[in-house]
Design a protein around this ligand. Sequence first.
Ligand SMILES: Cc1cc2nc3c(=O)[nH]c(=O)nc-3n(C[C@H](O)[C@H](O)[C@H](O)COP(=O)(O)OP(=O)(O)OC[C@H]3O[C@@H](n4cnc5c(N)ncnc54)[C@H](O)[C@@H]3O)c2cc1C
Length: 460
Amino acid sequence: MTAPSTPTTISRSTLESVLDGTVIGPDDSGYDNARAVFSGAIDRRPALIARVANATDVAHVVSFARDGGLELAVRSGGHSGAGHGVTEGGIVLDLSGMRALEIDVKGRTAWAETGLTAGEYTDAAGAHGLATGFGDAGSVGIGGITLGGGAGFLVRKHGLTIDDLLAAELVTADGELVRADAGTNPDLFWAIRGGGGNFGVATRFQFRLHEVGTIVGGMLLLPATPEVITAFVAEAESAPEELSTIVNVMPAPPMPFVPEEHHGRLVVMATLAYAGPEDAGESAIAPFRALAEPVADLVRPMPYPELYPPEDPDFHPIASIRTMFLDGVDLRAAKAIVEHLQAATSPMAVTQLRVLGGAVARVPADATAFAHRERRIIANVAAMYGRPEEASTYMPWVDGLAGALDQGDESAYVGFLADEGEARVRAAYPGPTWDRLAAVKARYDPTNLFRLNQNVPPAG
Ligand SMILES: Cc1cc2nc3c(=O)[nH]c(=O)nc-3n(C[C@H](O)[C@H](O)[C@H](O)COP(=O)(O)OP(=O)(O)OC[C@H]3O[C@@H](n4cnc5c(N)ncnc54)[C@H](O)[C@@H]3O)c2cc1C
């Protein structure tokens, strides 16, 4: 599976001569590390990996891939569940060397290069008591999460990440660096807020920052009975918008803060984040604490960045996942979650529930390419296991629980899609959104150079 040596050698030197960044090939010692992405199921061998240093480098790599007919993978944090951050035989444009961040504390905005992770951005902004909302993992790249939408710990209070996106700079398929904002290339600005990497390589984003200093938040573990799950979701829906929650129903991990007798027993492992005054936060969280005797309660006033704990860089999980939207979690659905999780045979199985609403739902559906503004809950069902070949063993369990939860809504959030084919990508872009995205794609990427992604082919 190695790329032909002569063309690659010539191409490599050509590329190296024009880049400020570095090029890594199969014979280099750092190659295996450089081609690895977050998902442990992905094992692809690109011909070259270009670690770009600036927007000019990006333009060179885009032109190089286009003119050489190479498959192009664009990578920010490498967390795509579909493994779109690496190609077999093509070229990877790796943005991880571009991590500049300029924070305008007074103006409450930031320009961020897209090689930054959510955790790095959050730490730097947090030093000023400011934040832009990303997701629930600090290691996710701001490139991918922003272009998909971005739902995390501030989602109900401040909306999706794209709701704080003020402008972006992108290198399009013709190698041009363009700006997109409400007044400049507004069609492109609409498309990149949810439409993923289809339209160009984003080199920088300008975000709005919010005053989010100390929050009341952290982890709350409750026993996972159907009654607790249903009541938790209902509380999360009726809670003040300052409170966002992410729930994982899963076996309790053997961590020091979990009493030993609970290890391996099903728990509602929730992260809560109340972005507002401490007293009001304690009142908002009280109903959750009252649902059952907590297995562990780590909720407390804390600086917002502490919601992102350090992660193991060598963690490369292998998982099968199904994502969907739900309108609610009644007792029947909660029973299905508990029964399926209890019967799971994979080494780890989890159902994640994220209540939306609040600021997300106030943005009109046609204002951004993320159009699922009225959806109430994102649900993810996942099985994790040791070897990629085991997917066929555990996927039926994932499909079984996803089927039991199915409320007849085919739609999906693009950020959680795996490699599931065009129908599922269409499910991310309902109604006129797909056609509008395809028209913007035809304008900015008529030959579909940016196709290793949740792809929207160009119209016509
Ligand atoms: C552990 C984990 C936790 C997650 N939690 C959340 C969450 O809480 N909320 C949420 O909304 N999502 C979440 N996600 C989903 C995540 O947002 C997407 O997988 C996202 O695409 C990852 O971005 P990345 O830059 O790390 O990935 P990459 O694999 O680097 O990029 C994914 C794709 O995005 C595009 N892309 C990335 N950067 C650029 C760029 N600069 N220009 C153009 N295209 C680009 C490319 O098409 C690329 O293939 C999570 C994923 C994981 C694995």
